[in-house]
Write a protein that binds this ligand. Structure first.
Ligand code: TYD
Ligand code: MG
Length: 492
């Protein structure tokens, strides 16, 4: 054990004997902070602490794989979006980390969750180390939950928290807001440093396991990731949820990135209102809301503008329809600009390269701006075809038909590959009134099944990217007139 180490990276937790401007382990800049070395591992707090808990005598009891197992007991908050992201309720004895930028709505969500549980007869406690009691009370008032029997306390010392909770009267759920404000008095470093965050979390995780209660830890992440927390905690807790959202957008997405008791990639969608977070049970309608508004506006081609395509995606177990928007403009000087919001820029580079090399277009030489409307972040390769459709449409100034959804993965050869959950995607599109879907060419025999799934939805198989290009031919007046005069140009 390196007892010499005096500096700890606040991003990844790596230890180093000397200060350095850059962490050798993770490459983060300016992240090394002096922390006093631990001569011994942090002591448990009191007789029930980590030091004495667990098995004595170092004996292991091996058991067979098959045995009596009931699924873990779960508590439902009644906030369906939250319960689903957690894998169908919160598991007793587990620790959940909720990370996210400051101000995104973590405290709001968790106060609502605690109140919802309390209202259903569970014992819920909320410990704030960040805000004053009055602030939390004001928020509770605003959320309309001030009368629910949530136990509220202001504390930052883990010793105090353990003293209050580590007995038979432990609550069913305790929210710790936030883990960065908690400290162990057995450690010398300041609250918020890696060793404090790790040590405090370790105690609280131990508490959850011993007493079978649910511990929810709030952790702030800054853009620079400089505040210690979520990164080092991810390995320790059972479930990691990230709360995300674009500033300026009302809705927030709760995403499971790790879950020992359920699927990851699941998302919950909320809208921040003046009375807290409201569930959004049908996100597609929300993400496409701006689109239907745009259609009623007067404009070209019956309200459709070029450079947009609706992607039929899957988030976790749920289909979600979103609009992919692209703007392609001649690059004036030097290296073409790329700006991507909500998607992977490496993947964009790949698709422009395939469009150029396999379809004879010259997209790559232009400035490209790509946006996933509404602030959703998409990671599925299935979005490739929709991104390509938006790019081609922007380049040729030919709108993708308004009632069409698109999905499919693109290979380097330009071939369009089938993707998972095609049926669910088509169903959702049909439900929302779409009439046509541009989809990968399925292997023989399965196509028939595909066509039947989405009632009233015609599927157009796209086997190669060039077939997509052929569907969006260049408008004849393209790039001849300056943009302003286009509307008045006579048709040829
Ligand atoms: P908060 O939960 O304090 O964020 P975090 O704990 O992640 O730092 O949320 C803060 C923001 O939410 C704040 O900008 C105000 C807004 N908000 C509402 O719009 N409506 C509400 O009912 C509440 C309670 C907060
Ligand atoms: Mg907060």
């Amino acid at each position: 054990m390196k007892t010499q180490a005096r500096y700890a990276c606040q991003q990844c937790g790596a230890l180093a004997p000397k200060w350095a401007g850059r962490c050798e382990a993770c490459g983060a800049w300016n992240s090394m902070v002096e922390e006093l070395p631990l001569a011994t591992p942090p002591k448990g707090l009191g007789p029930t602490g980590l030091g004495s808990g667990g098995r004595r005598g170092g004996r292991l009891d091996f058991v067979a794989l098959r045995g009596e197992t009931a699924g873990p007991p779960r508590l439902l908050t009644g906030i369906a979006e939250l319960d689903r992201v957690c894998g169908g309720g919160l598991v007793a004895g587990s620790t959940i980390l909720v990370g996210g930028d400051p101000g995104i709505g973590k405290s709001t969500l968790l106060l609502q969750a605690a109140a919802a549980l309390a209202a259903r007869g569970s014992d819920a406690a909320y410990i704030t180390g960040e805000e004053a009691i009055d602030q939390v009370r004001l928020r509770a008032e605003r959320l309309g939950v001030a009368d629910t029997p949530v136990r509220l306390a202001s504390a930052a010392s883990v010793r105090d928290i353990m003293a209050a909770l580590d007995d038979k009267r432990a609550p069913d759920l305790v929210v710790i807001d936030s883990i960065q404000t908690m400290y162990l008095d057995t450690l010398d470093s300041a609250p918020g440093t890696v060793s404090q965050v790790r040590g405090a979390a370790q105690e609280l995780i131990g508490l959850a396991k011993r007493r079978g209660l649910i511990v929810v830890l709030v952790g702030h992440v800054t853009k620079e990731g400089l505040i210690a927390g979520p990164r080092v905690l991810e390995h320790m807790v059972d479930t990691v949820l990230y709360f995300e959202g674009e500033r300026g957008h009302q809705f927030r997405i709760l995403r499971a990135v790790k879950n020992r008791f359920g699927a990851t990639d699941e998302i919950g969608v909320f809208e921040m209102s003046d009375r807290g977070l409201v569930e959004v049970p049908n996100p597609s309608a929300l993400f496409l809301a701006d689109r239907s508004n745009a259609e009623t506006e007067p404009g070209e081609e019956g309200g459709r503008t070029a450079g947009a395509a609706v992607f039929a995606g899957i988030e976790g177990t749920r289909p979600v329809l979103v609009e992919v928007q692209a703007l392609v403009a001649p690059s004036l000087l030097g290296t073409p600009r790329r700006a991507v919001v909500g998607w992977d820029s490496t993947r964009l580079a790949m698709i422009t390269a395939v469009l150029d090399a396999r379809c004879g277009l010259s997209v790559g030489a232009n400035d490209i701006y790509l946006n996933i409307a509404g602030g959703l972040r998409i990671v599925e390769p299935a979005a490739d075809l929709a991104v390509a459709a938006a790019l081609i449409s922007a380049l040729t100034e030919t709108p993708v038909p308004a009632d069409t959804v698109v999905f499919g993965e693109i290979g380097l050869s330009g071939r369009v590959r089938p993707v998972a959950h095609a049926e669910a995607r088509l169903k959702e599109a049909a439900k929302l009134g779409f009439a046509e879907a541009w989809v990968p060419l399925r292997p023989a025999g399965r196509g028939a099944r595909l066509a039947r799934t989405g009632e009233g939805l015609a599927t157009v198989p796209i086997g190669h990217l060039s077939e997509l290009v052929a569907r969006l031919p260049a408008a004849p007046r393209r790039r001849v007139q300056p943009a302003g005069s286009r509307r008045f140009a006579a048709a040829p």
